[in-house]
Design a protein around this ligand. Structure first.
Ligand code: GTP
Ligand code: MG
Length: 228
């Protein structure tokens, strides 16, 4: 079985032998599964677009700033399965990985996140699998976002299939913070001491940005409530 330290050389060997390419090319079931995840992404994205449209009619503003979607790359799927000692099969992907299909919804205000999440979860074709509320309970590094794993049906030629999708809801400020944090995590050549200082500073920025989110929301609500 693959162990942590062996994972990277193993992946390298798989890449060098074109094993991943062959895995993709020779496996119709794999391609089919990926196509199903793409359909699930489209379904979830449409649901958020519809909600945004309805809100803009009712409240004269769009709660959603942007929606970003992504399908996990084959490379990342293989790495994740290998890291967790799981079989490299289509069944295993479907059973063990919840983040093949990803939808990120970026809102202006924190309240919008919960309103949108509730609206989505109320829909009778959506099944909630898991919630991680990193807004009420931010990660120790300062990361904030609301994560949902949901199951959504896609309707095929003669069957219906339930697919899992990871939905991340965050504000513009949370997204801005997360992209900088992501940059730091991927930078390998920063001296340890400097990295520690940067992490400390990022944590402070997370607090400042959370305060800013709250203040901006209060201002917005005062403006809205003063409307005649
Ligand atoms: P994986 O990280 O996908 O293995 O899943 P997990 O079980 O740790 O799930 P979690 O819900 O905590 O995180 C899933 C995703 O959220 C990640 O892939 C990132 O996109 C995002 N995320 C979680 N934590 C952080 C963080 O500290 N910084 C940043 N920038 N993104 C994060
Ligand atoms: Mg992930």
């Amino acid at each position: 079985m693959l162990k942590g330290k062996l994972v990277d050389p193993v992946i390298k060997a798989l890449v060098n032998n074109n094993a991943i390419d062959r895995f993709e090319d020779n496996m119709m079931p794999f391609k089919r599964l990926m196509a199903y995840y793409k359909c699930a992404i489209m379904e979830v994205e449409t649901k958020f677009k519809v909600l945004n449209q309805e809100f803009s009619l009712e409240y004269d503003r769009n709660p959603i700033e942007t929606i970003k979607t992504r399908l996990k790359s084959t490379d990342s799927i293989v790495k994740k399965l290998a890291k967790r000692d799981l079989p490299l099969t289509v069944e295993s992907i479907e059973k063990n990985l919840n983040d093949i299909a990803g939808v990120r919804v970026i809102c202006s205000f924190p309240e919008d996140i919960y309103v949108l999440a509730d609206c989505l979860l109320q829909q009778d074709d959506i099944k909630l699998i898991q919630v991680k509320d990193y807004i009420k309970n931010p990660k120790p590094n300062g990361y904030r976002s609301l994560h949902l794993i949901v199951e959504i049906p896609i309707f095929l030629k003669d069957t219906k299939k339930n697919m899992r999708v990871e939905v991340q809801l965050r504000t513009i400020a949370m997204d801005f913070w997360a992209s900088l944090d992501h940059k730091l995590s991927y930078k390998k050549d920063i001296p340890e001491e400097e990295e520690e200082l940067l992490r400390q500073e990022l944590l402070e920025c997370a607090q400042i940005s959370a305060d800013l989110d709250k203040r901006m929301e209060k201002i917005k609500n005062r403006i809205v409530n003063n409307k005649i």
